[in-house]
Design a binder for this molecule. Structure first.
Ligand SMILES: [Fe+2]
Length: 179
């Protein structure tokens, strides 16, 4: 809903839709978040943590926050979100767990990741990898992109629908999954 909508407009909209309650119940969040390739650097058993910052992290800090929704637009609680990404030099830590970590969405479906902005690396624009899985459901593996990054146009994997939105200095992305 756009900002600044007045109560009068809401009432008018409600009057125009006598079965708006039913319509709302049937509202969907549209398409499921698109899957993308896992790539070669996924590791199981990442630590559980919402901040991937290290004492010696030198990259630009960033936040990615959002909610996990079911296809019926219901917040999905206790969803596993397992993130991994390259460091400020475009390298993945394949020996340890730098810039790898998992967390769970809260009761309102919310998650919040604190980390550094990953560097581009040959052939790839800037991106985060993530696996998202509701309890007892299948895993969504995808990648999240940075809007306006000059590397986007050169990366055939880039999808605008998978780009985070920038709001108040934070990245925002809402997942729609089988939940
Ligand atoms: Fe990658």
């Amino acid at each position: 809903m756009r900002q600044g909508v007045t109560r009068r407009e809401l009432l008018a909209a409600g009057l125009a839709l006598p079965f708006s309650g039913v319509a709302y119940a049937q509202l969907t969040c549209g398409e499921l978040t698109a899957p993308q390739t896992e790539g070669p650097f996924f590791k199981t058993q990442s630590p559980r943590r919402v901040s991937l910052l290290e004492k010696d992290s030198v990259g630009e800090r960033m936040i990615l926050a959002g909610v996990v929704l079911s296809r019926a637009c219901k917040p999905a609680a206790n969803v596993l979100l397992d993130f991994w990404h390259s460091d400020d030099m475009g390298e993945y830590d394949n020996d340890g767990f730098r810039y790898r970590g998992h967390q769970f969405s809260d009761a309102e479906g919310r998650f919040r990741l604190e980390t550094i902005v990953p560097a581009r690396y040959p052939g790839r624009t800037r991106h985060l990898h993530v696996k998202v899985q509701a309890p007892q459901k299948r895993v969504l593996t995808t990648q999240i992109y940075f809007p306006g990054d000059p590397g986007n146009a050169r990366d055939p994997l880039y999808r605008a629908a998978l780009a985070m939105r920038k709001t108040a200095g934070e990245g925002r992305f809402d997942f729609v999954i089988d939940a």
